[in-house]
Ligand binder design. Structure first.
Ligand SMILES: Nc1nc2c(ncn2[C@@H]2O[C@H](COP(=O)(O)OP(=O)(O)O)[C@@H](O)[C@H]2O)c(=O)[nH]1
Ligand SMILES: [Mg+2]
Length: 400
């Protein structure tokens, strides 16, 4: 799951509403908002149907003219104000929400039109780079608060032998979507000796947690409100901060999706353009608004950035790939004859057998081999899957 984070009034909810406004075609799919601030967004990828020259019947996702939209979970986190880790503002709610997030989209008011607490100020009056640093500190301090009290005891236990530091921390941080691999990577990247944690200074511990934050909660910056003049220069400055920065206009994306919903325009999430379908049914003001989005956002920046931010979170931060399991490699269909019914979003490194387990435990347990529909080749259980693989799993039927 990806969390949408930032201080109040940067456009998080606008970003969330735009992302979770389902394309009209999806209306009869069982995807709805889970809770007011949890919903289903989509990642966008070129569907393999064009390459295989087939007409598909997607079941778990949607194919709009060769573009696959695959549902993914998003959470619109409470606005964060300085001191949240000490419980200020909606701090506790915020922290409870980012526990569940595997990656974060930091919606920043790139126009600098809100102060550090989210109050409106003259565009350009606030420096958005401060907001980035502040969010980093808040999350790191929150982790520190969780660990600090037990740390001396934990470090001693780790050195006494039976359980290593990684296992102890994994247990202590379970529930924060932090895995042992993250902890291992953070210790290595921070250059700290995990065998001698009692020798870590307080600064070492903070350095470790700061690294752990980066590893376990990877983040990108959605530089929002690019329609405001003061944003552009700040976007360039945000790019100096070691994060992927995506120029964004959440408000424009929301307008485009609503106009699509009404049948006024032909637009897929993330498109770089749209066609107006019923110009005669629109008021002058509506036509103007759409024209401004076209000229000032799409033609200038390529897209509104909202879809690109979600794609980047899944494909780059989380290193996910899309695979298409099928039962019949000739027809590329399931047993009911649905062509390319499912698109699965799985981490890069997933093997053929792991995919079988993801689809169904029994399929994993009775795995014999997999077949790659492209080359019609058998592949073994340990073969790592690639993005856009179309795979059929061959399994032995389990006896009753
Ligand atoms: N100019 C501009 N304003 C935006 C944009 N996105 C959101 N806003 C406005 O910013 C304000 C706060 O938006 P909201 O989504 O509620 O922010 P949140 O508190 O971060 O959830 C609202 O008035 C939005 O209309 C944008 O792309 N450009
Ligand atoms: Mg909000």
């Amino acid at each position: 799951m990806v969390g949408i984070v930032g201080k109040p009034n940067t456009g998080k909810s606008t970003f969330f509403c735009a992302s979770t406004l389902a394309p009209a075609e999806i209306a009869n799919y069982p995807f709805t908002t889970i809770k007011p601030n949890r919903g289903i967004g989509y990642i966008r990828t070129p569907c393999v149907c064009k390459e295989f020259n087939v007409k598909d019947n997607p079941k778990n996702s949607l194919c709009l003219n060769g573009t696959r939209l695959i549902p993914v979970e998003l959470i619109d986190c409470a606005g964060l104000v300085p001191g949240a880790w000490q419980g200020r503002g909606l701090g506790n709610q915020f922290l409870d929400e980012i526990r569940k997030a595997d990656a974060l989209v930091h919606v920043v008011d790139a126009a600098g039109a809100t102060d550090s607490e989210g109050k409106l100020v003259k565009p350009g009056a606030h420096d958005p780079l401060e907001d980035v640093r502040f969010l980093e500190v808040e999350i790191t301090m929150w982790l520190a608060q969780i660990l600090k009290r037990d740390w001396p005891k934990l470090a001693k236990t780790a050195e006494s032998g039976t359980t290593d530091l990684y296992a102890l921390l994994e247990e202590r941080l379970s529930g924060l979507s932090i895995k042992r691999g993250h902890i291992f990577e953070a210790a290595r990247k921070a250059g700290l000796n995990a065998e001698k944690p009692t020798a870590w200074s307080e600064d070492d511990l903070i350095k470790f947690l700061d690294t752990l934050r980066r590893v376990a909660k990877p983040m990108l910056i959605a530089g929002n409100k690019i329609d405001l003049e003061t944003a552009e220069q700040n976007i360039e400055r945000l790019k100096t901060l070691n994060y992927q920065v995506i120029s964004c206009c959440a408000e424009a994306e929301l307008a485009l999706r609503r106009a699509t919903e009404k049948g006024w325009i032909d637009y897929k999430p993330g498109d770089c353009n749209f066609n107006t379908l019923k110009p005669e049914g629109l008021t002058e003001a509506q036509k103007n608004a759409l024209q401004i989005i076209k000229e000032k956002i799409l033609q200038k920046f390529g897209t509104t950035g909202v879809q690109e931010a979600i794609n980047t979170a899944y494909f780059k931060l989380l290193n996910m790939i899309v695979v298409y399991p099928v039962e019949d490699v000739e027809k590329l269909a399931d047993h009911k004859g649905n062509v390319l019914p499912d698109a699965y979003v799985v981490p890069y490194g997933t093997t053929a057998r792991q995919l079988a387990y993801i689809i169904h435990t029994e399929l994993g347990e009775c795995f014999i081999c997999a077949i790659d529909a492209r080359g019609k080749r058998r592949i073994g259980e340990n073969q790592v899957l690639k993005d856009r693989d179309v795979i059929s799993i061959v399994s032995a039927k389990k006896r009753a």
